[in-house]
Design a protein around this ligand. Sequence first.
Ligand code: HEM
Length: 156
Amino acid sequence: MKKAVITTLVLFWIGIGAFIVNGFMNPGNSPSAPVGTTIHSPLSTLPPTTTVKLDLTELAKHSSSTDCWLLIDGYFYDVTSYLYAHPGGGTIVPSCGQEASQMFVSKGGRGAHSQNAWNELAAYRVGQLGSDAPTAAIDQVKKVAPPTYGGAYEDD
Ligand code: HEM
């Protein structure tokens, strides 16, 4: 009788042990699926990451005062939210959607921008020419708050 009880207890604990080990070997997938089975995790229901190819065709799509991208030294910048804060007023707008390195470096012929201007520019960087930028990252740049110093640009 005592032997039967001990045997039952031993078998019980072996069973519990096997159950736990199986759980560790197949996390999130118990009972174990046959090899080759597609496991549908909740993550696979998320939308796929979309990206935008940063080429000159894409640049040209952002050529207005309500959607203004610049290409400066090989990088794309979305400066739309900065236009109204720009101390140089509307001088950026004709360069929207274009390669604007020379315009930026020379302030359109008025001399060099300060180091501060370069620092501010960095906040609007979307990505490198030729790369694929995640749309989520592009959307983040749109939300960058411009500096609060008075801008001279008025849209009409
Ligand atoms: C590419 C087109 C651009 C042109 C033609 C341009 C032109 C100008 C002009 C004419 C001025 C004011 C007058 C002067 O200081 O002589 C100015 C000032 C300024 N701009 Fe621009 N700008 C451009 C883009 C930008 C961008 C993209 C930024 C920053 C995101 C920026 C930041 C500034 C700042 C901070 C000033 C104040 C002066 C300084 O710190 O250099 N500009 N700009």
